[in-house]
Design a protein. Structure first.
Length: 125
């Protein structure tokens, strides 16, 4: 199992305490992406949107810089940006990076998920 440490929220909007963990692998991958994109203030943006057969889907994008209502979580130089509206659906989520011969990508272990579709693309809380 990959060791995790809670990322520290550093955003300007922190009305509700939210904890999101980045594994060492996720932090390293995000750091690499920051270097590739040459956006030192940027980070991986994680959000949710309505859709899919279970109601909600994860949205992963790149943020060149955090917005005013964003929460920012950092670990070892890797930065995760989460819109404050999406944070309630993502509280206590562990973000990991998995890489294998067949595929690679970010993996989310979200304890708020009550059900998910069979394809794994959407979830309900």
């Amino acid at each position: 199992m990959t060791e995790t440490t809670a990322a520290t929220p550093t955003g300007t909007h922190t009305d509700a305490p939210v904890r999101i963990e980045l594994t060492d692998g996720a932090a390293a991958r995000i750091r690499a992406m920051m270097g590739e994109r040459a956006t030192p203030a940027g980070g991986l943006r994680l959000g949710v949107q309505g859709g899919g057969c279970s109601g909600l889907s994860y949205v992963v994008d790149w943020a060149d810089a955090p917005g005013e209502r964003d929460l920012v979580f950092e670990k070892d130089g890797g930065r995760l940006v989460v819109d404050a509206r999406a944070a309630r659906f993502l509280a206590d989520t562990v973000v990991d990076w998995k890489s294998s011969l067949m595929q690679s990508g970010f993996v989310f272990r979200n304890p708020n998920v009550k059900s998910a579709c069979s394809c794994g693309e959407s979830f309900a809380v």
